[in-house]
Design a protein around this ligand. Structure first.
Ligand code: NDP
Length: 343
């Protein structure tokens, strides 16, 4: 199958790319610069030689016509749109909102206009578009595939994480609105993948420890000794999933399970806490004991059962049939990969 993967330099996208190529699919992937494109090509010389891996430069996804050219690649069947900012280093929420929302609408518009062979578009959304900040500590509240973050535009200045969650919510809403409106002429269906916190090894070839993807930052902090005195709280979003399972979900949703069309896929392996991450690190990496939190270090435990939300993603699990990796496997593999970069 011929696939267009946006944001191929990202933490999650790198795993999607690896799995797509391993399964023999043909991939065109977009990145922001030739420097990143070259690193990706260097990682797969044989796939480049066979024509199964092509890189394309899309410098700014916040431009409404960003994807107009790349979607004209002949015979594309599936589009996986992962590119979207996930960081908190912005001065104006627009720096997140525009690439998230315009990036999503511009790819859908371009596919509808110029890629008639595309049968499905998968958009990487997030649990951020499911969660309701007012209910994260509410045990009577169950988040499911049908839950929507009610955040509004006037709340985006509240907190950087609110701005990020709003960017994902508005982008996903825009995607569903686009395919619903017959005037847009979409001849493809839509699937969204909505993961919570994603951990797992970096296969980046692009990664540097100081520019590690946002969801693995906590692991770098832990390894750098920042949790020695006190393990920080993980915040209210206490569910997670391994990056390799997220990648598999994209591929199943996009290429392998026709019935996924029109669905929001809430992929999660379950609960985690920073205290649990620290325990796993200590157990598996005794050689790092002098920088990891000790058994006595306090903090970072899971909120009590009556102080946290419930979730039910059984519909997603039934549809995808993914056996999620355990937290221990994920954390161990993450730390191993970070150590390769000198952590
Ligand atoms: P990364 O930061 O590693 O990847 C983000 C990707 O988007 C990169 O390829 C990045 O390009 C690209 N990108 C960001 N902003 C722009 C922009 N303005 N113009 C063009 N490209 C841009 O993060 P993840 O891999 O974690 O995130 C991938 C997707 O998964 C995102 O949609 C994110 O919202 C979603 N997600 C992530 C979760 C997590 O915990 N990691 C949880 C839930 C959803 P570049 O490499 O050049 O910066």
């Amino acid at each position: 199958t011929k696939v267009l993967l946006t944001g191929g330099s990202g933490f999650i996208a790198a795993h999607i790319l690896e799995q797509l190529l391993a399964k023999g699919h043909s991939v065109v992937t977009t990145v922001r610069s030739e420097e990143k494109a070259a690193k990706i090509r260097e990682a797969y010389p044989e796939k480049v030689a066979s024509g199964d891996l092509v890189t394309a430069i899309v410098p700014d996804i916040a431009q409404p016509n960003a994807f107009d050219e790349v979607v004209k690649t002949p015979d594309l069947e599936v589009v996986l749109h992962t590119a979207s900012p996930f960081h908190f280093k912005f001065s104006d929420p627009k720096e997140l909102l525009d690439p998230a929302v315009i990036g999503t609408t511009s790819i859908l518009r371009a596919v509808a206009a110029s890629a008639p062979t595309v049968r499905r578009v998968v958009v990487t959304s997030s649990f951020a578009a499911i969660v309701d900040e007012a209910h994260v500590r509410d045990p009577s509240h169950t988040f499911t595939e049908r839950s929507w973050n009610p955040v509004t535009l006037d709340e985006v200045h509240k907190h950087p994480s609110t701005a990020y969650r709003a960017s994902k919510t508005f982008a996903e809403r825009a995607a569903w609105d686009f395919v619903k409106d017959p005037a847009n002429g979409a001849r493809f269906d839509l699937v969204t993948v909505n993961p919570p916190m994603v951990f797992g090894p970096v296969v980046h070839y692009l990664a540097s420890l100081d520019a590690i993807n946002t969801s693995n930052e906590r692991m770098v902090d832990c390894l750098r000794g920042k949790w020695r005195e006190e393990v920080p709280s993980a915040g209210p979003v206490v569910i997670w999933v391994d990056v390799r399972d997220v990648a598999e979900a994209h591929i199943k949703a996009g290429l392998e399970i026709p019935e996924a069309g029109g669905k929001r896929l809430f992929v999660t392996a379950g609960l985690f806490s920073n205290a649990e991450l620290a325990r796993i690190a200590r157990k598996n990496f005794p050689e790092d004991a002098d920088r990891l939190p000790t058994e006595q270090t306090k903090g970072g435990e899971l909120p009590a059962e009556n102080e946290r939300f419930r979730f039910d993603n059984s519909e997603t699990n039934k549809l995808l049939g993914i056996k999620y990796r355990s937290l221990e496997e994920s954390v161990v593999d993450t730390i191993k990969s970070l150590k390769k970069y000198g952590a």
